[in-house]
Each structure stands twice: as structure tokens, then as C-alpha cells.
Design a protein around this ligand. Sequence first.
Ligand code: PLP
Length: 437
Amino acid sequence: MTQTPSPQTQAVVDEMRKYEPRAMITQAPVVWEHAEGHRVVDADGRSYLDFSSGIIVANVGHAHPHLVAALQGMLDQKLLHSYLYATRIRTRLARKLVEATAPNLTKACLLSTGTESIEAAMKISRLHGMSVHSRKSVLVSHTDNYHGRTMGAQMLSSNMKSKNWISNLDPDIVHLPFPYEDRGEEAVHRDLAALADGGVDLDRIAAFFLESYQGVHGPTFYPKAYVQALRRWADDHDALLVFDDIQAGFGRTGKLLCYEHYDVQASLVCCGKGLSGCLPISAVLGPAELLDLPEEGEMTSTHSGNPMCCAAALATLEILEKENLVEESARRGGIIEERFEAIAAKHPDRVAKISGRGMVYSIYFVDPSTGEPDVAMGSRITERAIDNGLMLYLTHCDMVKLTPPLSMPDDALREGLDVLARTVDECVAERAIRRGS
Ligand SMILES: Cc1ncc(COP(=O)(O)O)c(C=O)c1O
């Protein structure tokens, strides 16, 4: 077992604390120095198996040679910025996104961050609603969903604590309860009726926003019947169904885009993170009649469609296709599930449940003495697994979340799962000793 942090590492972490706000610091004190394929090397030269993909970004692995060559090509071409002038790389990416996704998604609006794509989708949704009638501007999202940190996306998200700085919460942004139990059509009608009882005129609903899987305390998927019922309701009431695929997209769950699991048409899809596998780029995908609703110039942003970011995204899409990574993700998820089940069988009083699909899985811990979710155990296992050479991130929840690159070879995946299983044993034993049991 290694020791985190080393004195050398501590100095860098201290400097980060000195010069950056504390709001940026949420993770264990590890200093990333090099990341290639499924390995991360820290400033002390320690190597980690990457079970994080950064934060669900490096879906095709870090610094993939094809991706590096694409970036090198842009450097050699000496085209690092173009504002909104057309570039060949930007056009190729938009076209590729349209061609690779569902036939109704005919345009791609390129932006920089996930939260920015949510803001754009909110704007388009309201423009569409208000084209139906002037008061059709209500946006409905779901409790426990997260959509980003800019003001609109934050209001759409459900965590009240993160919104306490917003003085005037938009009254036209409302939340439905996340359908945790396996619920379908009747839940949609009952929960919408409850909204109406609370004073929301349902005819004013412009759009429903859904995280394709709920990520903060997940992955937790919506019941398919529920999403399909919501789609029908939206169709009957001139409302849109918008998917936030920012975390879930680009092969992570064994589909190119996660919302495809629900067998519905998306009105708009927000993408980010794994789209480029590294550099900041996001997109809103949708039909031309929706994406062309904002007037000319109304959705521009200085860095949108940056040539380096586009080159990274295009290369990532090519790698996903060439290496069959969407299908591989679905297959490799089976390896994780099997091992999680073994861990749960060994610690039945500690493991509350497992959830996941493809290369995103979480295992949830419970305190057997209280029956309550065990957040401390989730964090302890995560930190100790990092010490044991497995790169993870703290979720600050009662769970350990694994999101390895989709390209991780089976033997490395198994090796990492061995490390995790051993770490769970260690942490359970440690807790037993502390309790004197
Ligand atoms: C589901 C989801 N939506 C939106 C965002 C915001 O994306 P970004 O951090 O790129 O702004 C995230 C980021 O974690 C996310 O997971």
C-alpha cells in the first residue's frame, strides 16, 4: 500500500489551496502528472489503474494515439482559434455528430461546457414553447438530477443547498419527483396532477429535462415505461423532451447516447464530457426547426467550435467506432457486475445495492448497526483504493462509483476489481476493529 500524500505531493496540494478557492478542492491529495491509456502516474511516479476516466471524460482512454495525432495535426496546421469563422474541422465534427446519432437530430450546436449546453437547451425549449403560446415557458426537471453550475442549470438541478445564492429562483422551473420505484404511465399522470394541484398550469409546460441516468447518487436509470409515458404526454401537449447525456453519453452505458435505452425520440440532447475525451467541448443536438429558433448570433460563444476541441471530439468519435467501444462497454460492464455481486455476497450486511450498465457502476454501503447509508464507508473505501493504486473520485455519498475508460482491457479491469474487493475487505475489517466487534 502506498501512502497519500507524499511530502512532494503535499507541497503542490498546499499551493493549490493557497491560490485557488476551496470550492475547487474536493478530491484526495494526488497530483496527476501523466495519463496514458488506462494508467495515471502521479508526481511521485506512482502508477494508478484509472477507474475514473478523469470525471467520466476519457472514455477512449487518456492520450489515445489517434487523438494525440489529431491534436498534433491541428498544432502543425497552426489553427488554434477561429471564433465563428467556418473551419473544416468544425464542419466535419458537426456533420459526424449528426450522422452518428438519431435521424431526427439534424443539427449540432457546439459550445464549451456541459452546463452551457443546458443553458442553450433551456433557451431553445422556451423559445419553442413561447412560439406555441406566449406563456408556455415552464421547464420541468426531476429531483436528485444535476445539470450544471451556471444559474439556469443550477435552478434546473434539484439540490436546494447549491441554489441558496440565487435570490430570485425562477418560478417557471419546477421539479417532479424522481420515479425511484418501477413506475410508468400512472406515475406521470399522478405527479403531473400534483404539479397542477401546486398551481402549475400544465398547458404552460415547454419542456421536460431528464438526466439520461441520474448521476450524483447513481447511476440510477428512469423506468423505461415512465420515460415513454412522458414522451407521449409531451407530444400531446406540444412540449419537448430534453435529455442531459453529458455524463452518460458516448458509449458509457453501452449505447452511443444513453437516452437510446428508453426507445424514445429526444427533442434535444445535451452532450459534453466524453464527447472529446479531454478538451472542453459540448453540444446540443436537435432537429433544425428547434436549433434554428434562436435568431442569428443569439447562441454564439467565444470558444465554441474551437479547432483543437473539435479535432479531439472528431478523433474520439472515430476511436469509439473503430474500436467498437460502445459494444465493448456493454460487454465489459458484465465483468464489473459479476465482481460487485461477489463483493455484495461476501459483505451482505454492508452492501445495500449495486447499480450500473456498461462502464458505469456503483456499489452502495449501509451501516449495519443503524441501517443508514454509510457515507463514511464510501469515502474511506475510495481513498484507500486510491492508496492501493486504483484511481477513483470521491462522490461524497454512500457509494463507490467506477467509471473506467471503455477501452480498458479485461485483464486490467479484473486487476482493478481485485484491488477494490481487497480494499472493501480492509475497510470492513478496519471498521470492525474500531467498533471492537
Ligand atoms: C449530468 C450532468 N449534467 C451537466 C453537467 C455539467 O457539465 P460541466 O461540468 O461540463 O459544465 C455534468 C457535470 O458533471 C453532469 O454530470
